[in-house]
Design a protein around this ligand. Structure first.
Ligand code: ADP
Ligand code: MG
Length: 241
């Protein structure tokens, strides 16, 4: 069974077709890296899966339920599929704990005490148990991104979409965030991640999707995609002959 089934998905912005018929099956527990040049449609694909964009053609189903473009469905979907962005998007006036509590109480209507217990548990999971009362501006970028991950996990998603989650970080802070992602992968979380961290993709991912001009141009196991790229576009992207 597929956890996420993407069939011939198309998406345009005005006259520009950004996704030109994407097919992709994500199995439970799979960790998939999405790579490709800027503008190739990676973020748009993730946003479509999360229901942040409506699709113009094809279909997406998550855990067997087809994604329909009405608000009730999209809301249910956003509860099931978590997303983490390059910019951490934490509320600056709330503590780390407050940030992790808020989405649960607002979106999921979780009782405050329960949400707080979950927030403590998830902050501990990302190695930030002692930062519950810290405000975002008292945290490093890596710590803020780990709070954002805790916030997504607190919603108990069945899959997590990560869009360049280390791209805004200073180089020395990248590893701590990747370590958390690596742990989630090891625990069996289904992950679809847009990343420029090729070594990480090679080590952790079960498959790599190379997007080019709105299409899945190559897909395969990391050892195939990185060591034996089939198309000139992927060879050029990887900087190999
Ligand atoms: P990537 O994440 O691979 O860099 P994106 O999915 O962000 O690519 O963008 C793909 C293309 O879609 C780009 O040409 C971008 O300018 C365009 N695009 C993305 N979002 C919008 C939008 N909301 N309105 C208009 N064009 C958009
Ligand atoms: Mg992008």
């Amino acid at each position: 069974m597929s956890l996420i089934e993407i069939t011939d998905v198309r998406k345009s912005f005005g006259q520009t077709e950004v996704l030109k018929g994407i097919d992709l099956d994500v199995k439970p527990g799979e960790v998939i890296a999405v790579i490709g040049k800027s503008g190739s449609g990676k973020s748009t694909l993730l946003r479509c899966i999360n229901g942040l964009e409506t699709i113009d053609g094809g279909s997406i189903s998550v855990a067997g339920a087809q994604l329909l473009p009405d608000e009730a469905h999209l809301k249910a979907l956003r509860l099931k599929v978590g997303m983490i962005f390059q910019q951490f998007n934490l509320f600056p006036h709330l503590t780390a704990g407050g940030n992790v509590i808020l989405s649960q109480t607002v979106v999921k209507k979780t009782p405050k005490r329960e949400a707080e217990a979950m927030a403590r548990k998830m902050l501990e999971r990302v190695g930030l148990a002692e930062k519950f009362d810290a405000y975002p501006d008292e945290l490093s970028g890596g710590q803020q991104q780990r709070v954002a991950i805790a916030r997504a996990l607190a919603m108990q998603p069945i899959a997590l979409l990560c869009d360049e989650v280390t791209s805004a970080l200073d180089p020395e802070l990248v590893a701590e965030v990747l370590a958390v992602v690596r742990e989630l992968a090891a625990e069996g979380m289904t992950l679809l991640m847009v990343t420029h961290e090729m070594k990480f993709a090679r080590d952790v991912c079960s498959r790599v999707v190379f997007m080019h001009q709105g299409r899945v141009h190559e897909i395969g196991r990391p050892e195939e995609v990185f060591a034996r790229p089939k198309t000139p576009e992927l060879r050029q992207f990887l900087g190999v002959q």
